[in-house]
Design a protein around this ligand. Structure first.
Ligand code: ZN
Length: 226
């Protein structure tokens, strides 16, 4: 038997308002913790400098609040630095004799490329074969989000997710496949607008056994558009 969970839910990184709803009127700042808010002013000063340096007037009406909003956004988009895998997975690893493939596919992610600080985004597919331990399924999207909300390259993001599961569960195998679209390529307009980058990291049986790898890949194929 194989368990497949199609994850269409977008993980928003935590609703600090506590009502579980995201309103369009809410800005990034409403998602930040009091501690995260403390980091905003120095980033704000830096954004004010950037705006001046590109020849704009940071004091004109439309831009007055921009450094503050951009700083809150940047803090939010990099909040993965204030999380760690031990805390995140704490209490969510369970003993279980189930030993067939578990697949969580199609989890959306949004990250920032570390070369240009521009977004890349797409979907992550995760599979593992338990060896006595399983993880609460909601933790996999959280894990993806923690690593995505740092300055990244897609290759490392793929590997970090796989290794975190390997370390937490010591499963028989782990597979992570990421399909990503990179704004730093798309916005250069060099006919790469539709280029999807695919990376994968296979460990254990997914690496060693072709049939297992094939089963995983056929399960994650056809999940819909990224
Ligand atoms: Zn880039």
């Amino acid at each position: 038997m194989t368990v497949t969970l199609l994850n269409k839910e977008t993980i928003d990184g935590g609703n600090m308002n506590g009502n579980g709803e995201v309103s369009l009127a809410e800005d990034f700042g409403s998602f930040l913790s009091p501690k995260e808010h403390l980091a905003v002013p120095p980033i704000e000063a830096d954004f004010r400098n950037i705006i001046s340096s590109i020849g704009e007037d940071p004091n004109r009406e439309g831009l007055i609040k921009t450094p503050h909003r951009a700083a809150e956004a940047f803090k939010f988009l990099t909040r993965g630095y204030s999380q760690n895998v031990e805390e995140l997975l704490n209490g969510a690893v369970f003993s279980e004799t189930y030993d067939d493939m578990v697949v969580v596919k199609g989890t959306e992610f949004y990250s920032l490329c570390e070369h240009h600080l521009l977004p890349f985004y797409g979907r992550v597919h995760v599979g593992y074969i338990p060896d006595g331990k399983i993880i609460g399924l909601s933790k996999i999207p959280r894990l993806i989000e923690m690593y995505a909300r740092r300055l990244q390259v897609q290759e490392r993001l793929t590997k970090e997710i796989a290794e975190a599961l390997e370390n937490a569960l010591h499963p028989k195998g782990v597979a992570v496949v990421i399909e990503g679209m990179h704004m730093c390529m798309m916005m250069r307009g060099v006919q790469k607008q539709n280029a999807t980058m695919i990376t994968s990291h296979m460990m254990g049986t997914f690496r060693d056994d072709r049939a297992t790898r094939h089963e995983f890949m056929s399960l994650v194929k056809g999940h819909g558009e990224i």
